[in-house]
Design a protein around this ligand. Structure first.
Ligand code: ARG
Ligand code: GLU
Length: 677
């Protein structure tokens, strides 16, 4: 995951692997480059401009809440898809924005001078920003630390806040296979949606206005329909969120062996309770589908990480790498034992912190899942607003949104499992900071925290009453204090661990420096860990072997969609018009060399969360696919990238174009796109 400003050093490797561009075709400040087409979509995903009229491609799961917000029972765009037939029909989205990167600059020297003068990092960043004032509308600048404080970059970006929904396939296509297929290969999901950036008539960024016009984009991506082959060069350009590839091995071991199993165990409880209720009750299915998807997304990834780490002997490799660094410095450095000492300090801190980290983890997993607690939090907001004479409309609306997707009995059952396992952990392991006493006392006081009455008596859906009566009902409910009580316990715990975690981090700065020196001495460049800044990864297209005797092909085709089709199933059903279109096999120019319609493909690009919606580019920089996932056998790439089993999953752009062209019949979109010949 290279910084685009550091690509020159990679250029010869990339060319050796088949790239037919120069580093400056990928990133340049003063000349047009691929960079100009890449956007940070809403701050959580990546998108790319694919027409000179500001058309943006990203994932269906990235556009999901925008699509959902325009949906109703009568116009259910999640279910049926949505295609604006004209620009007038494109739908504005309150709060949605895209950021273009204007420039990235290495400002390490400046920051270091400030730091040496005794400033804190925060003060130093501020001083740098002051001396680099940027001109222009909606410009934003920030200084970011790279390599744990060994390098600093100044990122200037420009924000466009009128981003309208243009098109989305039905969820049966965009989310095909849903949670069962999530993180899984072979994959057949058409995970894409389309938006358009609008600007003021003079081309400048502007909030939504009906006077705005489609953005005139200088350097949209060109789309290639010539397809991909095993071994081809590919590249992912986007905004990966977070990786931790250089942590001390004991730290990774603690994550994998201690922390992830706790998370997975707690999510098992929630997911299995929700799942059985969702299967029985279609109303609960609707209410909990989105919560289920997000809880299960992490759960499945972590299981993959634990298994992948073990299958690839990842901890052994990380330990070996760590030892190499220690060895190098012991042999070459004036400060011969510093690396060795650091590792020892880390190891002490890691075991010292273990219990507190575990305790924090229980809070982090349980508090957000416990609906009653959420109710208590929102009820507190309402009561506070009322006591402070603030209008209650806003806080009551938040509560209403919560109630719409809340089932008290299901919450009672799921959280009972969670709290019991929390209490159990606290009783068994007295070093853990679990509020056992509070939970037990509370439960006695309330005649059982999980008494049905407690849940049944929530003043739910009763806000049509006079505000004053409703406020008192909230204030007097037995669960009212649950949130403030647990929050204060949690804050206390966090305050206790913070100083130790800060100390740990400062060790990382030194360690990272020693790590880079040792690797550079052997001619190896070290790519910085992801931190949501713009990055480029590159790798070969290709399948892999997840297990002895088993081989995954690098691509899937539409045949597999029909193979997976299960009528009436909520994950694998297909709308009949879509199925008929597929069965007619009218693939036109979107077919591959065997006459099949390509759907998804794999490559060995290092990606992580945030790379969703990132363009997959070929050796000439043409768009060949859209990144949306990784194979779960390789999700441990967040700690350890093993080229033999880590693969990112992309939708083939030919499938996307087939859906837009042949299924949706959106000619007006196809005609504004540049295809390579
Ligand atoms: N696994 C992908 C990612 O991490 C897709 C998640 C959305 N899809 C889902 N079924 N939950 O974000
Ligand atoms: N689906 C992920 C995202 O939303 C990308 C998959 C990954 O974690 O690599 O960013």
């Amino acid at each position: 995951m290279w910084l685009p400003i550091n690509l020159e050093g990679q250029e010869s490797n990339m060319v050796a692997k088949g790239m037919k561009m120069s580093a400056s075709d990928i990133y340049s400040v003063n000349n047009g480059s691929l960079k100009d087409a890449i956007v940070h979509f809403g701050g959580f995903c990546t998108g790319e401009v694919i027409s000179s009229k500001g058309l943006v491609l990203t994932n269906h799961h990235c556009g999901y809440s925008a699509i959902q917000s325009h949906s109703s029972i009568d116009d259910d765009y999640l279910k049926d898809g949505f295609w604006a037939l004209s620009e007038e029909m494109e739908k504005p989205n309150d709060g949605l924005y895209v950021d273009f990167i204007v420039s990235i600059e290495d400002v390490s020297n400046e920051v270091l001078v400030y730091l040496d003068s005794g400033m804190t990092e925060k003060e130093a960043f501020k001083a740098v920003l002051n001396s680099h004032q940027t001109q222009g509308l909606a410009m934003r600048s920030e200084v970011r630390s790279i390599y744990y404080g060994n390098q600093f970059i100044l990122i200037v970006s420009q924000r466009f806040s009128d981003v309208r929904l243009v098109g989305a396939p039905p969820s049966a296509v965009g989310k095909f296979g849903a949670d069962t297929d999530n993180w899984v290969w072979p994959r057949h999901t058409g995970d894409f949606s389309m938006f358009r950036i609008y600007t003021a008539p003079d081309g400048s960024p502007s909030e939504y206005s009906n006077k705005n016009i489609p953005m005139v984009s200088k350097n949209p991506l060109t789309i290639s329909l010539s397809g991909v082959n095993e071994g081809d060069f590919s590249m992912i350009y986007g905004f990966p969120g977070r990786t931790t590839s250089y942590l001390p091995v004991n730290e990774v071991a603690q994550q994998i062996n201690t922390m992830l199993p706790i998370r997975v165990k707690l999510r098992d409880i929630v997911l299995s309770t929700w799942d059985s209720a969702m299967r029985l009750d279609p109303m609960i299915k609707i209410q909990y589908a989105s919560k289920y998807a997000s809880v299960s997304n992490g759960w499945k990834k972590w299981i993959g990480q634990m298994e992948g780490m073990s299958a690839s002997y990842g901890l052994d490799t990380l330990r070996y790498r760590q030892e190499q660094v220690v060895k190098y410095h012991s042999a070459n450095h004036d400060d011969a034992f510093r690396a060795l000492d650091l590792v020892e300090e880390f190891n002490n801190q890691i075991s010292f912190l273990e219990k507190e980290r575990q305790s924090v983890l229980y809070y982090q997993e349980i508090l957000p899942r416990w609906g009653l607690l959420r109710w208590s939090r929102l009820a507190n907001d309402i009561v506070n607003d009322s006591d402070n004479k603030v209008d209650l409309v806003k806080s009551i609306k938040v509560l209403k949104d919560f109630e719409r997707n809340y089932n008290p009995e299901l919450d009672r059952r799921a959280s009972k499992g969670l709290i019991n396992s929390w209490i159990e952990a606290g009783l068994k392991d007295t070093l853990l900071n679990v509020p056992v006493k509070y939970l037990m006392e509370t439960s006695a006081f309330m005649q059982g925290l999980f008494n049905k009455d407690l849940y049944d008596s929530l003043p739910i859906k009763s806000h049509d009453k006079l505000d004053s009566i409703f406020v008192e009902q909230c204030r007097n409910h037995l669960a009212f204090n649950l949130w403030p009580d647990l929050l204060s316990q949690y804050r206390e715990l966090i305050a206790k661990t913070r100083q130790k975690e800060i100390k740990f981090k400062s060790g990382m700065k030194e360690w990272m420096r020693l790590y880079m020196i040792a690797n550079n001495s052997r001619g190896r460049d070290v790519a910085p860990d992801a931190n949501s800044s713009m990055r480029v990864s590159w790798g070969e297209i290709g399948g892999f072997s997840p297990k002895d005797g088993k081989r995954y092909n690098y691509k899937t085709t539409a045949k597999g969609i029909l193979e997976k089709y299960i009528p009436g199933d909520y994950e694998f059903d297909l709308p009949s018009d879509f199925r008929m279109k597929l069965e007619s096999m009218d693939y036109g120019k979107y077919a591959d060399e065997d006459g099949e319609l390509p759907v998804c493909f794999l490559a060995a690009n290092h990606t992580t969360g945030g790379n969703s919606g990132s363009p997959a580019l070929n050796s000439k920089g043409h768009l060949i696919g859209l990144n949306f996932d990784r194979v779960w056998e390789g999700t441990m790439s967040d700690f350890y990238f093993a080229p033999e089993r880590c693969r990112n999953i992309m939708v083939d752009v030919r499938y996307i174009m087939w859906v837009v062209d042949k299924y949706a019949g959106a000619d007006r979109l196809i005609s504004e796109i540049n295809f390579a010949n």
